[in-house]
Design a protein around this ligand. Structure first.
Ligand SMILES: Nc1ncnc2c1ncn2[C@@H]1O[C@H](COP(=O)(O)OP(=O)(O)OP(=O)(O)O)[C@@H](O)[C@H]1O
Length: 284
């Protein structure tokens, strides 16, 4: 990982967005994202059934569930890649129109992917500029913000390094920092912690929390429960496309139905063994 550049290492976002709110999934009327009765069908397969989720400003929501339970599909519905077969997703009360993920991004919803989608032939700095390429933000401001965010994720020493030369974990950090460039209101993150070195995992969870404390809402899909529990305000567990349970992180992972849903998996054994322990295999 990188050392510091000429600016002191920052642990807060360069600029504020909206103030942080308390919890999510409560009775409060205010939410940034509302998933209302969403179902998604692929041919004969219902990947999502009547899913209800809400995300309040400045909160981190974790989405867990066994393989194939619909987590990625839900993110794809939330950023307009897929149209729901039933139900609706609203951003600040306005229904999201499918087939227009670029419009959803312009409205303040960014996305990161299971296999980081950074441009490998571009340097880290060039990657950072991509979200603001056609914006009215001045060149100087783009550069200033890009360096600050690279500093935020400890990558300033790699600003001029091609993304292909970074480790898998550093690419996850870069993708997260890049998602912050346009000052999003919501980031949808798909498995940001998978296969990441414990040190980078720690940094990434800290930075997700810091972004959240600055008013950015984050939805994190993850199988990395120990790390996820430390960063989320609320967790929803999906099983076979349905929300099995939502609630406080410990409440959800301690629930026998959630343990049962994971039984037969490595994580199920960890959960039923009375605690969760992170795997450090295959890290990068
Ligand atoms: N484009 C698609 N066409 C057909 N079926 C799909 C498509 N996308 C997802 N599915 C199916 O929908 C179900 C949910 O998949 P999804 O990828 O959303 O699950 P997931 O919880 O993210 O799984 P994982 O944890 O393994 O990433 C699976 O049965 C999957 O095969």
């Amino acid at each position: 990982m990188a050392g510091s550049r000429e600016t002191p290492r920052v642990s807060r976002l360069p600029a504020r967005n909206t103030p942080r709110r308390g919890s999510c999934w409560g009775e409060s009327a205010m939410s940034i994202l509302d998933v209302e009765g969403v179902s998604k069908r692929f041919g004969g397969l219902w990947a999502l059934h009547d899913v209800h989720v809400r995300v309040e400003p400045g909160t981190v929501v974790g989405l867990i569930g066994p393989n194939g339970s619909g987590k990625t599909t839900l993110l794809n519905v939330c950023n307009g890649v897929y149209a729901p077969s039933e139900g609706e997703v609203r951003l600040d009360g306005t229904p999201i129109r499918s087939g227009r993920p670029h419009r959803v991004a312009a409205a303040g919803v960014m996305r990161t992917f299971q296999d980081s989608r950074v441009f490998r032939t571009l340097t880290a700095m060039q990657n950072m500029r991509v979200p603001l390429l056609h914006s009215r933000v001045s060149e100087g401001e783009v550069r200033r913000r890009a360096w600050e965010l690279l500093e935020f994720v400890h990558l300033t020493d790699h600003g001029n390094t091609a993304a292909s030369e970074l480790s898998g974990g550093q690419r996850k950090l870069l993708e997260f920092a890049r998602a912050l460039m346009p000052r999003p209101r919501l980031i949808l993150m798909d498995e940001p912690l998978a296969g990441v070195h414990p040190e980078i995992k720690q940094l990434l969870t800290e930075r997700i929390r810091a972004a959240c404390d600055d008013g950015v809402s984050v939805v994190v899909v993850s199988h990395e429960l120990p790390a996820l529990l430390g960063v989320t305000d609320h967790v929803a567990c999906l099983v076979e496309g349905r929300v099995l349970l939502t609630g406080e992180p410990a409440e959800v992972t301690g629930d026998s139905r959630v343990v049962e849903a994971y039984l037969g998996t490595e994580l199920g054994e960890e959960l039923s063994g009375g605690g969760v322990a992170g795997s450090e295999e295959g890290v990068s």
